[in-house]
Design a binder for this molecule. Structure first.
Ligand code: SAM
Length: 228
C-alpha cells in the first residue's frame, strides 16, 4: 500500500542500500524496500512518539526487525557513523525543515550519502542547502497524487565546483527543462494564487509597496518560465 509518491522515491534507492529514512512515520518506505530485498540495512528515524510507535509496529508486523532498526531521535541523530549509511531519504516535510535537519546533522554526512528528498513546499530552500553543501542534483521528479503536487530531488556529493542559476534554484534544474504537464500546472496554480493575493492587497486601503514589488517580480519570473 505504498503511495505513488513513495514508490517514486523508492525507485531512486540503489540496490543493497544502507538507508536512513528520517521522519519515517509508519516506516512504509523502508518496509517496502526491505520486503523487496532492496536493503542491506536501514534505520527508520522518528522524533514524535506516536509516529515512532507506528514505525515500531509496522516493522514488527512485517518481520523486518533484523533488517530495519526503528530509532526515536531528532533528525540525523538517528544515525551512528558505524551504521555506514549510504542513502538518506527525508520525505513528506516542508523544505525549511528538511534543510534544518541536514544542517544540524552535518557530522552524520561525513561519508557523503546519497540524498533523496521529497519536500512538500519550499523546494528552493532545499536546493539552496544542496548547492551550499556541495551536493549536486542528479535527478528531479514532479508528480501529482490525490490533488497534491510533489517534488522529489536526488542529490549526490560532488567536490567539483558547479553552479545553479536563480531559475534552477526556484524551479529545479531538471524540472524546468522537462517542463512537463504537472510542472506547468503547479506554476500556473502558483501564478493564480499570487495574482489573487495581489488583487486583494490592492483592494485594501494600505499595502506595502515592497511586498507588491516582490510579488510582481515573482509573477514575471513564473511567466518567464511558462512562456519560455
Ligand atoms: N516520511 C513519511 C512520508 O513521506 O510519508 C512521513 C511523512 S510525515 C508527514 C512527517 C514525519 O516527520 C512526521 O511523522 C514527523 O513526526 C516527522 N518529523 C518531523 N520532524 C522530525 C525530525 N526533526 N526528526 C525526525 N522526524 C521528524
Amino acid at each position: 500500500h505504498l503511495s505513488q509518491r513513495l514508490l517514486r522515491v523508492a525507485s531512486y534507492v540503489p540496490e543493497d542500500a544502507r538507508l536512513a529514512d528520517i521522519g519515517s512515520d509508519h516506516a512504509y518506505l523502508p518496509a517496502y524496500l526491505g520486503l523487496n530485498n532492496q536493503l542491506a540495512f536501514a534505520i527508520a528515524g522518528e522524533v514524535v512518539e506516536g509516529p515512532y510507535q507506528n514505525a515500531v509496529n509496522e516493522i514488527k508486523k512485517e518481520g523486518l526487525n533484523n533488517l530495519i532498526k526503528v530509532r526515536h531521535a531528532d533528525g540525523l541523530a538517528a544515525i551512528n557513523i558505524e551504521d555506514n549509511i549510504n542513502v538518506i531519504t527525508i520525505c513528506g516535510m516542508g523544505g525549511p525543515l528538511i534543510s534544518e535537519i541536514l544542517e544540524e546533522g552535518q557530522l552524520k554526512l561525513a561519508n557523503h550519502p546519497l540524498l533523496i528528498l521529497q519536500p512538500n513546499v519550499g523546494e528552493k530552500q532545499v536546493r539552496n542547502w544542496l548547492l551550499t553543501n556541495s551536493y549536486r542534483i542528479i535527478a528531479e521528479e514532479i508528480l501529482s497524487e490525490d490533488h497534491h503536487i510533489y517534488e522529489i530531488i536526488v542529490a549526490k556529493y560532488d567536490k567539483n565546483a558547479f553552479e545553479l542559476s536563480a531559475e534552477d534554484l526556484e524551479f529545479g534544474p531538471f524540472l524546468r527543462q522537462q517542463k512537463n504537464e504537472v510542472f506547468v500546472a503547479k506554476w500556473q496554480e502558483e501564478l493564480q494564487k499570487i495574482k489573487y493575493v495581489l488583487e486583494e492587497m490592492k483592494k485594501a486601503r494600505e499595502f506595502p509597496i515592497a511586498q507588491e514589488q516582490k510579488m510582481l517580480a515573482k509573477i514575471k519570473r513564473i511567466e518567464g518560465i511558462l512562456d519560455d
